[in-house]
Design a protein around this ligand. Structure first.
Ligand code: MG
Length: 252
């Protein structure tokens, strides 16, 4: 009998300690689940350009002051056009931002060249690299076949886009890209993969893709530890004729 009473008491205590009494009490008023602080910072949107007030402007049509040549660090030789765009100047090399960045939200607009009728990877090939290592591909794939992990909107040699959402040849496309930088520990091991989410013309084409490492032309992705790095625009070196305009980013 004493043993039975002890068991009943033990069961009762266990039920109470693991039961609803340990769970959060369900609020009975709406204010209980409201959070008022801290307030998010205010960002104003420019009525003419649509650029947020906290953006770093990388190209607005007037100059290439935010950029340098990847080859020798000199002023870029790419062509600034009268319509506020710029065009890759063939074989003058990639251009890289003077400033290094970590995680960012990037906006850029690009168009392919109707006069470029080459095939496969040579039809208006460029690309935007994050931290100098991770390429989101730019290519004219209108009636131009190539390997899908190298087509427009791919994470180069790592992941094809979810859909092909590019506009007809010669029209302006927009990329809106969220890049979260990879993280490395003190011994140089990658402890967190970089992540890319990409919209092409407002269409989701890369959904929180975890980078396997650097996007290599030849060979497998590499994961050498690194810190912040530049944004790079690619000169593929084959008369790509790719144009760019309205490039800005927000640091995350
Ligand atoms: Mg490319």
């Amino acid at each position: 009998m004493r043993k039975q009473i002890f068991l009943i008491i033990a069961l009762t205590v266990t039920t109470i300690s693991c039961g609803p009494s340990q769970q959060k009490v369900e609020p009975t008023n709406p204010e209980a689940t409201e959070v008022w602080q801290p307030k998010p910072a205010k960002v104003a949107i420019n009525g003419q350009t649509g650029i947020p007030s906290d953006a770093v402007i990388l190209f607005n049509g007037t100059n290439l002051n935010a950029w340098k040549s990847k080859n020798d660090g000199s002023a870029p030789k790419w062509t600034i056009n009268k319509d506020g765009s710029m065009t890759v100047k063939d074989k003058t090399g990639d251009i890289v931002t003077k400033e290094d960045f970590g995680s960012v939200q990037l906006h850029l607009e690009w168009r392919s060249d109707p006069n470029n009728t080459q095939t496969n990877q040579n039809r208006s090939n460029s690309g935007v690299f994050f931290q100098g290592l991770y390429e989101v591909q730019i290519l004219n794939n209108n009636d131009n076949d190539t390997y899908v992990n190298g087509m427009v909107g791919s994470i180069y040699k790592q992941n094809p886009p979810l859909v092909m959402a590019a506009k007809p040849t010669g029209e302006w496309n927009s990329y809106d890209i969220i890049f979260h930088a990879p993280e490395f520990d003190n011994s140089g091991d990658r402890v967190k993969a970089g992540i890319l989410t990409v919209f092409l013309n407002g269409v989701l084409i890369q959904d929180h893709f975890e980078l396997l490492g650097s996007t290599e032309y030849i060979g497998y992705p590499k994961n050498k530890a690194h810190g912040d790095g530049p944004i790079i625009l690619q000169d593929h070196g084959d008369m790509s004729g790719v144009g760019f305009r309205n490039i800005w980013l927000r640091k995350l």
